[in-house]
Design a protein around this ligand. Structure first.
Ligand SMILES: NC(=O)c1ccc[n+]([C@@H]2O[C@H](COP(=O)([O-])OP(=O)(O)OC[C@H]3O[C@@H](n4cnc5c(N)ncnc54)[C@H](O)[C@@H]3O)[C@@H](O)[C@H]2O)c1
Length: 287
């Protein structure tokens, strides 16, 4: 107890991940790629798991260029045997597993009334079932290693608020937020911390490629007004939060969610007009 009260030994190296091994699902592109390279930058060896062999291989190569060991694993997170096999491979080839980022996920807009069973199952398998399976496999390896660990789940701001045309995705991400709390309680005595990151829009390569509107000046202006911090998110915003949560700096943080959203959860419904005055969105009739 006294030790807890008097401990004052925080040092700058506490942000480093040196000697740790991290698994990042969907690490071949977008936010996952940013987190994988952020981890490598801060000293971790990384296992980049992705359905795309090429994407996983490229990110692993970039991590190696930073002086880290890196494993590229081609697997689909909805394939339970493949996920369990991937965790075994990491422990066998990289020697341990300390950090898991449950990042693979996503959706496409689809009105609730139009959804068919196959689309429903696909969304739940990718965004929720895989979370349980991957977390269980990784947490078993961490518990067996006896060195604790950190699990970081990439939820979404859509898991904290309503998301029209994304009903299943929003429900899965809300489920992820509450799974995080429960897993934190069950795994705490193994020294395994479990936390969430909830991003709002982070422009990815795929989004810019697939939707030309993201490249227009109107898009930029609209988002400057929507985001209290005046811009959409980027990979480093998410990687910074992930490095922090994975590091000893966060050693007393578990069961919680960090919104990496530029302030949009706080602003909910408020937006800036062209003169940068805040207005409730429904009353904002000026373009
Ligand atoms: N980009 C955003 O604006 C945003 C906002 C909030 C939350 N998120 C969440 O962040 C996570 C990453 O999203 P992103 O936008 O960076 O995605 P992305 O599409 O840019 O990249 C996803 C990566 O995951 C891989 N992947 C897809 N399905 C997979 C599967 N079944 N198994 C293994 N790998 C798979 C893809 O090949 C790709 O490399 C998702 O969980 C998403 O819901 C994204």
């Amino acid at each position: 107890m006294t030790e807890n009260v008097t401990r004052m030994s925080l040092c700058r190296d506490d942000i480093l991940l040196t000697g740790k091994v991290a698994l990042i699902t969907g690490g071949g592109a977008g936010i996952g790629r940013g987190i994988a390279l952020g981890f490598a930058e801060f000293g971790a060896d990384v296992a980049v798991l992705d359905v795309s062999a090429e994407a996983a291989g490229t990110v692993a190569e970039l991590a190696r260029a930073k002086g880290r060991k890196a494993l590229a694993i081609t697997a689909d997170v909805t394939d339970r045997a493949a996920v369990r096999g991937a965790v075994e491979k990491i422990v066998s080839e990289l020697g341990r597993l300390d950090i898991l980022v449950n990042n693979a996920g996503g959706t496409r807009p689809l009105p609730l009334l139009d959804m068919v069973d196959k689309q429903l199952d696909k969304r739940i398998d990718l965004n929720l079932t895989s979370l349980f399976v991957t977390t269980q496999a990784a947490a078993k390896a961490m518990a067996a290693g006896g060195q604790g660990g950190a699990i970081i789940n990439i939820a979404s701001i859509e898991g904290l608020r309503a998301a029209p045309y994304h009903s299943v995705y929003a429900a899965c991400k809300a489920g992820m937020v509450n799974f995080t709390r429960t897993a934190a309680l069950e795994l705490g005595l193994h020294g395994i911390r479990v936390n969430c990151i909830a991003p709002d829009m982070v422009l990815t390569e795929a989004m810019v490629r697939n939707s030309p509107s993201t490249r227009t000046p109107e898009f930029k202006t609209a988002h400057e007004r929507y985001f209290p911090l005046g811009r959409t998110g980027n990979f480093d915003d998410c990687a910074g939060a992930a490095v922090f949560l994975a590091s000893p700096m966060a050693s007393y943080i578990t069961g919680t969610t960090i919104n990496v959203d530029g302030g949009t959860f706080a602003s909910s419904g408020w937006t800036r007009d062209k003169d940068n005055h805040w207005r409730l969105f429904t009353r904002n009739t000026e373009a």
